[in-house]
Design a protein around this ligand. Sequence first.
Ligand code: PLP
Length: 343
Amino acid sequence: MIDLRSDTVTKPTDAMRKAMAAAEVGDDVYGEDPTVNRLQDMAAAMFGKKAALFVPSGTMGNQLAIRLHTQPGQEVIVEQTAHIVRYEQGAAGALAGVQLHWVAGTRGLISAEQVEAAIRPTDPHTIQTGLICLENTHNSGGGTIYPLATIERIRAVAATHGIPMHLDGARLFNAIAATTLPPASYAQHFDTLSVCLSKGLGAPAGSLLMMNDLALFERAKRLRRMYGGAMRQSGILAAAGIYALEHHIARLKTDHVHAKQLARRLQRIPTVKVNPQDVETNIVMFEVIGHRLTPPAIVAALKEEELLINSVGGTKFRAVTHLGISTAMTEQAGEIVARLLGE
Ligand SMILES: *Cc1c(COP(=O)(O)O)cnc(C)c1O
C-alpha cells in the first residue's frame, strides 16, 4: 500500500524504537522525566525560546496558546482554511470561549494589510481582538511557506496594536528544511509557537509549545494539566522526539523532491489540474475536473490499486509525501492515478 493520506501515518523506524526503549524516564508531572526535560531544552534552544512544553498533540499546543493569550469573549484572527478553523472540533469556542475571525487567504497565507483590516477598533461596542494565529507551512493551502518578510510585516502591525501572535508550526520543520532559514528566524516573531514531532519527523506522538515568557510557561503547564495533557513516563515518547530532531529534519527535503515529482506526473493527466510550481514542500493539492467518477469513487478506486489519497472537499484531493515513501513509490503513485483517470 502506498499511503499518501498524510505525513501523520509515518511509523517509528527501528532506530527510533531503540531510542524509545532505552529512554530514561520519570514522572513528568513532578518534572522528573529526564528525557522529557532534555527534549524540551533541546527544542527551546533550537528555536531561541526560553521554554518548551511537551504536549500530546498539535491541537493541544494550539489550544493552550489560544487559552493563554485570550479572555473569553474576545476573537482570534486566523486564515479561513486554517487547521484551527477546520480540524480542531471548535475547541477555541468550546474551551477558550473565543470566536474566530476568519480572513480569506491566498493558498492559506494572509497579508499584513488583511490583518490590519481585521483588527477591531477599541470602540466600547466592538468585540476585541485577542490574538493573531498564523500557520506555517499551511496545510490546506498546499504546504505553502510564509515568506519571512510577510511575517515581519504582520508582527509590526500586531505590535502597534499590542496583540500577541501564535504560530501553528505543525509543519514548520518543512519550511525550515525548504528555506534553510534558522528555526529562530521564524520563532522570534511569535509569542508562542507549536511544532509537531508526529508529522514528517516520524515520531509516534507529541508536539512542543514554546515561549519566552516564563510566567506564561507556568500557566501553560497548569492548563496542560486541565486539558488532560499532563503525562507521566512520557520520556518514552520524548525519546522518539529527540531522535526525530537529531535525524529526521534534513531528510524532509527528500519528501519535497518527491512531492514535486508527483505533481509533475499528475500535471500530464488531462483531467487533473495541478501547478507543480505551487508545490513548495511535501503536500500536493490537485483537482480532478470533468471525470465520470465522483471524488469518493476516485478515492475508492485508487484504494483498490493500493494507493491511498484523501479527498479534501469538492473536486480537490491531497497527497502528502513522508519518510515512508520512496522515489519508486512516488513514481508508482503517479502511474496509478494516470491509469485510473486516463491520459
Ligand atoms: C496536524 C496539524 C496540527 C495538529 O494535529 P494533531 O493531530 O492534533 O497533532 C495542527 N496544525 C496543523 C496545520 C496540522 O497539520
